[in-house]
Write a protein that binds this ligand. Structure first.
Ligand code: ATR
Length: 284
């Protein structure tokens, strides 16, 4: 049996097995199973060794191990280097490589025709990122090459400054001259932006509210309010944006696309992100 895993802590809520097992069945990839496993930090080395030996074919990593896994890997590739965030492990030439498919998944969610009418290109836009948690560097990385300006704010300002440093390194590597990333004090708001993204965990519980006032976006039909949370489907952050008349998108398409990219890396199969797979999440 070919074994795939998603590891994290907590992990009960993960919908990755649902999606990957659906695609495996659909594409007749037999003898394969994708499971979830709650692990502790001390278990990570053993998991990496099992990938190295081929015992496990592929692993997704979720909160809170995306960074902690890095020292245990043989190589860290692509976006994972500049975000210091690994969500996918692959075995390559008897070694374990770490990748980040969150950044690419997020980019795809912005220009996927199934994301209703909220398509947005990333060229020359002003972006406001709220939060500085595990997923934030992956979101920031999606914009460093193309944005006009990126504002980032977090309740704990130092964490926003750390993430800005990662972004600045990416910008330097891209050869962009000026620093386009600015840390904004918590409670302050920058100029009107084209995309406002919640990357905090506020909203995971139904009646949680981000204490931030977006009245100046009233009837603004151009700005996209994006929440990386997809369960619940509509956080208060998105609900208020919808009432104001803004564009809204939750994290569902990002989640599906990061999975799609990992699936292709492991199996060589380009699975569909279509209405059927979207329905799977909606029904859960
Ligand atoms: P994860 O890695 O799961 O994203 P995290 O690193 O703890 O978790 O990040 C959670 C994010 O939500 C952080 O930006 C956190 O802000 P702090 O860095 O100040 O903790 C933010 N967050 C959580 N609860 C919050 C609250 N009640 N108000 C504002 N921000 C909050």
């Amino acid at each position: 049996m070919r074994k795939y895993l998603v590891i994290g802590n907590p992990i009960e809520h993960s919908l990755s097995p649902l999606i990957h097992n659906y695609w495996m069945k659909k594409h007749s990839i037999t003898n394969s199973v994708y499971e979830k496993k709650k692990v502790e930090k001390k278990d990570l080395r053993d998991i990496v060794n099992q990938v190295r030996s081929g015992e496990i074919r592929g692993v997704n990593i979720t909160v809170p191990f995306k960074k902690e896994i890095i020292p245990l890997l043989d190589e860290v590739k692509g976006d994972a280097q500049q975000t210091q965030s690994v969500n996918t492990l692959c075995r390559v030439n008897n070694e374990v490589y770490g990748y980040n498919t969150d950044t690419e998944g997020f980019k795809k969610s912005l220009n996927d025709s199934l994301s209703s009418n909220n398509l947005i290109d990333r060229i020359n836009k002003n972006i406001f990122i709220i939060g500085a948690g595990g997923v934030t560097p992956s979101i920031l990385k999606a914009f460093v090459g193309t944005a006009n300006k990126i504002y980032i704010t977090n309740r704990t300002k130092e964490k926003a400054s750390e993430i800005k440093k990662l972004g600045d390194m990416s910008i330097a590597l891209l050869g962009r001259k000026r620093s386009i990333i600015e840390v904004v004090d918590w409670g302050e708001k920058p100029e009107i932006c084209d995309v406002v993204i919640n990357t905090t965990s506020v909203g995971l519980k139904k009646n949680e509210n981000l204490d931030m006032d977006f009245k100046d976006y009233e009837n603004n039909k151009n700005t996209l309010f994006y929440d990386v949370i997809y369960n619940p489907k509509e956080t208060n952050f998105l609900k208020k944006a919808r009432f104001r008349g803004n564009k809204v998108m939750n994290g569902k398409m990002m989640f599906l696309w990061q999975a799609q990219i990992a699936f292709q890396m492991w199996t060589g199969v380009s699975a569909e992100v279509d209405e059927d797979v979207i329905k799977l999440l909606d029904n859960d």
